[in-house]
Each structure stands twice: as C-alpha cells, then as structure tokens.
Design a protein around this ligand. Structure first.
Ligand SMILES: NC(=O)c1ccc[n+]([C@@H]2O[C@H](COP(=O)([O-])OP(=O)(O)OC[C@H]3O[C@@H](n4cnc5c(N)ncnc54)[C@H](OP(=O)(O)O)[C@@H]3O)[C@@H](O)[C@H]2O)c1
Length: 334
C-alpha cells in the first residue's frame, strides 16, 4: 500500500500516518505547510501541496509519484473551526472537495479512498439517524457543519471513485508526535471558562452523548475502512461507552482538580452568548448546549474490521496533556 494522507500534518492525519506505518504502508503526508517527521512514532514522508488546487498543488516528480504510485488516499484536510467563515468553509470543504475528487480521478493505481467526515453533518437532525442518511431536513449550527455536509455530499455523488466515508464526532486524546491539540475550537474551547468555575448552562446538565472518540481508535477505523472490500459505504465511529458531554467535561477538568459547574438554567444561555467573547468562549460553542442528534443504536454494528479499543482513559489523559503544557490554565487565569 502506498498511502497519501491529505492533511497529513494535522491531528488526525498524523495519527493515520502512524497507524499506516505500523501496518507496513509507505506514507506520503501532504499539507500546505508540509509535514516534518517529529521524533519517535513519526511516520512517512512529507509533501508540500494544496488540496484545493489541481493535482493537489503538486508538480514535477512529486506529482508523477502521486499519479503513478499512490494506491490509497485518506482525506483528512481542512479546518475544524466551528467559527470559520462561510467563504473558508465552502472553499475548503465544497469547491475544494470538487477539485480533490478531480485530482483523485487522475491517480492511475488508485484502489481505495477514505474521506474523513464528521457526525456534525447531521446538524440539528431530528429523529433517529444512521449511516445511510445525509440530508434529513436538518438545519446547521455553523458553517463548519454545512461545509462538511457539502464535502460528504460531493463524495457520495462520486460513484465512479472507490471511496468510503468514516464519520467521527469530536476526537480527543494526546496528539501524536509533531501534532498539536487546538484548544481554540471544538469542545476544548470551553475549558478556560469551565476552569474559572463559572456556571455553564447545558440542557439536562449535559447528560446527553457527544460522540467523542480516541484519536488512535479513530485512525484504526480509517485504516480498516481503507481495507474494506466494498466501496460507497458510510460508517460512523465514536466511543461505544458513549460518554455524555457532562462526563467529558468533568474528566477533562479533573486534571486541574476542578469540577465544572454545569447547570440547567436556560435563562443563562442568552447571557453567556452575549458575554461569550469576553469570557473567552466562542459563541458557536453554545449551540451545542442542547442534545445534538440521536444516532440509531446499531450504527456501530456494520463497521469493517475489528472494532478498535480506545487507549486507556483518553479524556482524562487529554486534560493532563493540556495541563502539563500550560495550554488551558493560561486562558483560565486570564
Ligand atoms: N478533530 C476532530 O475532532 C474531527 C472530527 C471529525 C472530523 N474531522 C475531520 O478530520 C479532518 C482533519 O481534522 P484535524 O482535527 O486533524 O484537523 P487539523 O489538526 O487542523 O489538521 C488539518 C490538516 O489539513 C491540512 N490542510 C488544511 N487545508 C489544506 C489544504 N488546502 N490542502 C492540504 N492540506 C490542508 C492542515 O495543514 P496545513 O494548514 O499546513 O495545510 C492540516 O494538516 C477535517 O476534515 C475534519 O473535518 C476531525
């Protein structure tokens, strides 16, 4: 297997490169900033390119190598910022994906592609939703959700390409060597405020699933999807223990010896929204303070390959990792 990881210098892309290296694959990791193998556990070779440009923005020998020799591709590129502008979300995930699909059509040895989608493509879907559904009349909380929806739509429509899709919820766990955990977006963006002890309104005090998974297990599911015999499939992956949002925040804050003040006081919602920037919380985060959507109970049952085991107590370990690097307390004490 000669694997191209598009977005290979990122949090998930690096984890995939490590898993691929363990599986004996030869890996090319592509991103705009390039990929610098960093320390033990780092894997593969870096390519500087841009997925939103024809031929992944490559030229010369690098383009020839990709066009002639790459057999497998993982699409794990693009911003995961919940507060990204519409132009950014659509340029990367919609028109960018159209260009990526055109570039994939020119790979002569291509046998499998896995697109890393997000469970957030389901937006505010109502009723039970599974792997088959994409548009169920949902509205979207932000442009990230809509951008990822557009990307998955384009991938599903590319019936001529051997593509499978893996949907993930928020991914946690200490990052692989060379990658960083960005605390400025996603669930982690609430940490600085939670650590100040301020009250946070969550419906049912956050006792609803948030579909987190551990980064190593997510990478393994992506590898299994690359190996799967059929194509055109969509699978979802999240920690089968299904920790609630309240549990995740409690376990993250434990590293600082704090217990987050999660309250069910809807009147706080508008106050927090108004003051969110001053409190260091992106307003988009507050849109996740209601139950997100409900996945069909059998959604994990058709995953290809062996179901991976999540690495230890990955949520608590994430908190410790951030604490040890002073990544969040700086925000908390601001
Ligand atoms: N992390 C999660 O919780 C999660 C959950 C569900 C789905 N996902 C999906 O997984 C993918 C990766 O997420 P992540 O957490 O690994 O994000 P990340 O750490 O921000 O990594 C994003 C990667 O994409 C690269 N990239 C961005 N624009 C690019 C472009 N135009 N051409 C080539 N490379 C580009 C970045 O490098 P440069 O900026 O240097 O180009 C980086 O390597 C995203 O599509 C995201 O939607 C992530």
């Amino acid at each position: 297997m000669k694997l191209l990881v598009v977005g290979g210098s990122g949090y998930l892309g690096r984890a995939v490169a490590v898993a691929a290296d363990r599986a004996g694959a030869q890996t090319l990791s592509l991103s705009r900033s390039g990929y610098r193998p960093a320390g033990p556990g780092a894997a593969g070779t870096g390519l500087v390119g841009d997925a939103t440009r024809p031929g992944f923005g490559l030229s010369g020998a690098a383009l020839d190598e990709v066009r002639e020799e790459v057999t497998h591709v993982v699409l794990a590129f693009g911003s995961v910022r919940w507060d990204c502008a519409p132009s950014e979300a659509l340029a990367v995930h919609d028109t960018g994906m159209r260009t990526v699909l055109a570039s994939l059509r020119r790979l002569r040895a291509l046998t499998r592609v896995v697109h890393v989608s997000s469970l957030l493509v389901l937006g505010r879907a109502e009723g039970l939703v599974g792997n088959r559904e994409l548009f169920v009349g949902q509205r979207f909380r932000n442009w990230y959700e809509y951008g990822k929806y557009c990307a998955e739509r384009r991938v599903r429509d590319a019936g001529d390409l051997p593509v499978n899709i893996v949907r993930l919820g928020p991914v946690l766990g200490p990052p692989p060597a060379g990658a960083a955990l960005d605390t400025s977006h996603g669930l982690l963006a609430a940490l600085p405020y939670l650590l100040t002890g301020g009250p946070v309104h969550l419906d049912r005090r956050g006792h609803y699933p948030c579909y987190v998974s551990e980064v190593g297990s997510a990478a393994q599911v992506i590898m299994n999807a690359l190996d799967a015999p059929s194509t055109g499939q969509t699978w979802s992956w999240y920690d089968p223990d299904l920790p609630t949002l309240a549990q995740v925040y409690t376990d993250l804050c434990a590293a600082w010896g704090r217990i987050p003040r999660l309250v069910d006081v809807p009147a706080l919602r508008p106050v927090l929204r108004l003051a969110s920037r001053r409190l260091g919380v992106i307003p988009e985060l507050l849109d996740y303070s209601r139950p997100w959507f409900e996945l069909a109970p059998d959604v994990l049952s058709d995953l290809p390959g062996d179901r991976p085991v999540s690495g230890g107590d990955y949520v608590t370990t994430t908190g410790r990792h951030l604490r040890d690097r002073g990544r969040v307390m700086a925000g908390a004490t601001r």
